[in-house]
Each structure stands twice: as structure tokens, then as C-alpha cells.
Design a protein around this ligand. Structure first.
Ligand SMILES: Nc1ncnc2c1ncn2[C@@H]1O[C@H](COP(=O)(O)OP(=O)(O)OP(=O)(O)O)[C@@H](O)[C@H]1O
Ligand SMILES: [Mg+2]
Length: 337
């Protein structure tokens, strides 16, 4: 958290953005705290890039308010721009410049003095493992290499808040990991990150909080664990017993889990129970078995993946929207927040 900063880093209230007759963002609200990675997810066309464009002062919102660092984004655009970094979804590069020169030029645009520019560029070439192509022209690079340069150059200047719109598209697994770790390191140093991606492993690895939007509307917002808890559906608790047949504890299991629970016996010494609230059930089962001196070899809970959560949330939204097409109050539609 920045010294002297009060309130959230980003505060969005009732944001709406129309492109002519197309409503790309339809009344979303959320806050992002300092020093956090905020994952902004949604299917293609959901309104993610449009939201980023408003937040980064590239377009004016149709309605609603956005403030960053406690300042209104429209009235204080110039001041805000100085404190943010943006890697847009569209590729942008100077084809004729070498990577090293492009980094240097970018630093120059931010008014960095020569020595600091050179040091920072050298550091970025090394950290993003770009030595092999640092002296090549951007035009001569592969798509993934170009994307790496585009992300790396944003770190030429110091910033408080960084917007990354699908930064890892086209990156190989090693380059992706390098990028995510570099971002993580800066977050530990106080950077706030607004991050979009379609790759749920990246969300899992990086994000402290997640918002899921669709058709310009906010569907869910929570921590990854909170979302899994809410939308994970039924998960399995598996208990392997020590030298006791599973059948001998079925009475206890049914008593704790409830007679309607799905209970399986996948092996003679193992029992598996489906539950909406697996963690809680697991604790109760361990207590009940321990109270009857039944020894346990191992336990596991199969956690839901974020991909399952995403598909559940977006799937629910589609159904909800379809059944509410005549509802006058749009804000109440598809909200699960
Ligand atoms: N310049 C534009 N003019 C008109 N409509 C636009 C424009 N840009 C985006 N849209 C529309 O706004 C909606 C949201 O688009 P946006 O680019 O914000 O989606 P997104 O969530 O970033 O999708 P993706 O995952 O594909 O990047 C879409 O319906 C899109 O067709
Ligand atoms: Mg986009």
C-alpha cells in the first residue's frame, strides 16, 4: 500500500460505456485495493478491454464514475496517466527499431535520464530473457517475442498501477512464467495490477481477487477461494481408513453427511462422499471418526477448478439473462455478487 493513500486504488461505480447503439459496459461497480492483483475475467466481447480503455483514460465513459488514487479519471486524466502503465491487447511496436533501442526510446518518452534508461533496459532484457533478440529489429521478431518486448517495455518506467490486457497471448510456457513471476515480484514491492486473461492457471497463480463479467455486467466478484466455495458445486471428500473396512463406518458417515449424500466405496478401505461444503464435512467426519477411535490413513478433497467456476458463473448468467429479457431493471439481472 502506498504511503499516505486512503481508500481503494481503483473505484468504479455504475460504469457504462456505449459504442453508438452497442452497450459494451452496462453499469458495473467494483473496487481494487492497493498492492493487489485484480483478475478481470469474462468471455470474448464481455467488455473487459472497453473497461480498461475507460480506466486508462483512453475513452470517456458514457455514464458512471471511475476514480483512481482517489481522483476522478476524467478530470484528472493527465495526473493519473503519469502513475499507470498499460499493456493493451492490440500489438503495438516500432517495427524498424531494435528491441534495445525501443526500450530506450520508451524510457525517453517517460522522461528518464540516460543512465537510468540504459540500466533499466539492460535489466529488462536480462529479466525477460531477451538477450538473444535484443539487437534484432521488432519487425524481425516472432509474435511471442514481440509481445514480450511490449510487456517488458512497460516496466521501463516506475508506476503505481499496471493494466495488463491478455499479456501472455502467444508466449511459450517458460516466457509466460517469467512474465508472471516478474509481475508478482513487483506486486510484492507495492504495485497494483489489473489483469485480464483467458487462462485460468494464470488467474490461480497471480490474482488476489477476481471479477467475472459478461455482456457488460458484473456477475461475480470474490477471492479465488471464495468463488470456488460459492460456485464450485459438489466436490468429493475421500477418506482412506487404517486397517478398517469402509463398510464398518458407513453408519457414522451417513449420520454425519446426511442420509441423502452420495457415498461411494471406491476401495475396501476408502470412502468417498460428495458434498457442497466439502471442507466443513471433512472436519466433521474426522471428528466423528476420531471420537470412535477409527484411525485414518489419509484424507483428500477434490477442489473445483477456476475453469469450472468460470463456466458455472457465465453459464448461469446466460440462462438468467435469457429468462429476464423483459425485466425493466437491468441492474438486477444476472447478478450474483
Ligand atoms: N470500437 C468499437 N466499436 C463498436 N463496438 C465495439 C468497439 N470495441 C468493442 N466493441 C464491442 O463492445 C463489446 C465489448 O468488447 P471488448 O473488446 O471490451 O470485449 P473483451 O471482453 O475485451 O473481449 P475479448 O476477450 O475478445 O478481448 C463487444 O460487443 C464488441 O463488439
Ligand atoms: Mg479484450
Amino acid at each position: 500500500m502506498l504511503v499516505g493513500s486512503n481508500g481503494p486504488c481503483i473505484s468504479v461505480s455504475g460504469l457504462r460505456m456505449d459504442y453508438g447503439r452497442v452497450t459494451a459496459v452496462d453499469g458495473i461497480s467494483f473496487d481494487v485495493d492497493y498492492g493487489r492483483v485484480f483478475g478481470f475475467l469474462g468471455p470474448n466481447g464481455a467488455g473487459k478491454t472497453t473497461t480498461i480503455k475507460v480506466l486508462t483514460t483512453l475513452v470517456h465513459p458514457t455514464a458512471g464514475s471511475v476514480s483512481m488514487f482517489g481522483k476522478d479519471v476524467v478530470r484528472h486524466a493527465k495526473e493519473i496517466k503519469k502513475r499507470i502503465g498499460v499493456v493493451l491487447q492490440e500489438p503495438s511496436y516500432e517495427g524498424n527499431l531494435t528491441v534495445a533501442k525501443a526500450l530506450d526510446l520508451y524510457g525517453m518518452m517517460w522522461g528518464m535520464p540516460g543512465e537510468r534508461r540504459r540500466d533499466r533496459a539492460r535489466e529488462l532484457v536480462e529479466k525477460f530473457e531477451m538477450q538473444e533478440f535484443a539487437n534484432k529489429k521488432n519487425d524481425e521478431l516472432s509474435i511471442g517475442q514481440r509481445r514480450r518486448v511490449q510487456v517488458a517495455r512497460e516496466f521501463m518506467h516506475d508506476m503505481d498501477l499496471l493494466f495488463l490486457d491478455e499479456p501472455t497471448v502467444g508466449l511459450d510456457p517458460a516466457a509466460r512464467r517469467v512474465l508472471l513471476d516478474y509481475v508478482k515480484k513487483h506486486v510484492h514491492g507495492g504495485l497494483t495490477v489489473f489483469f485480464t486473461t483467458h487462462i485460468m492457471e494464470e488467474v490461480e497463480y497471480l490474482c488476489d481477487e477476481i471479477a467475472i463479467i459478461n455482456r457488460g455486467r458484473m456477475l461475480a466478484i470474490d477471492t479465488p477461494a471464495g468463488l470456488k466455495q460459492k460456485y464450485g458445486g459438489i466436490k468429493a471428500v475421500e477418506i482412506k481408513l487404517k486397517e478398517v473396512p469402509a463398510q464398518s463406518v458407513m453408519g457414522i458417515i451417513r449420520q454425519v453427511a446426511g442420509s441423502n449424500s452420495a457415498v461411494e466405496v471406491p476401495a475396501e478401505d476408502t470412502v468417498r462422499i460428495g458434498s457442497q461444503n466439502a471442507q466443513e464435512l471433512l472436519v466433521k467426519l474426522i471428528e466423528a471418526l476420531a471420537a470412535r477411535s477409527v484411525q485414518i490413513e489419509s484424507v483428500s478433497v477434490t477442489p473445483p477448478t477456476l475453469e469450472e467456476v468460470f463456466l458455472t458463473v457465465v453459464g448461469t448468467a446466460t440462462t438468467t439473462t435469457a429468462t429476464n429479457t423483459n425485466t425493466a431493471n437491468n441492474n438486477s439481472r444476472g447478478r450474483a455478487v
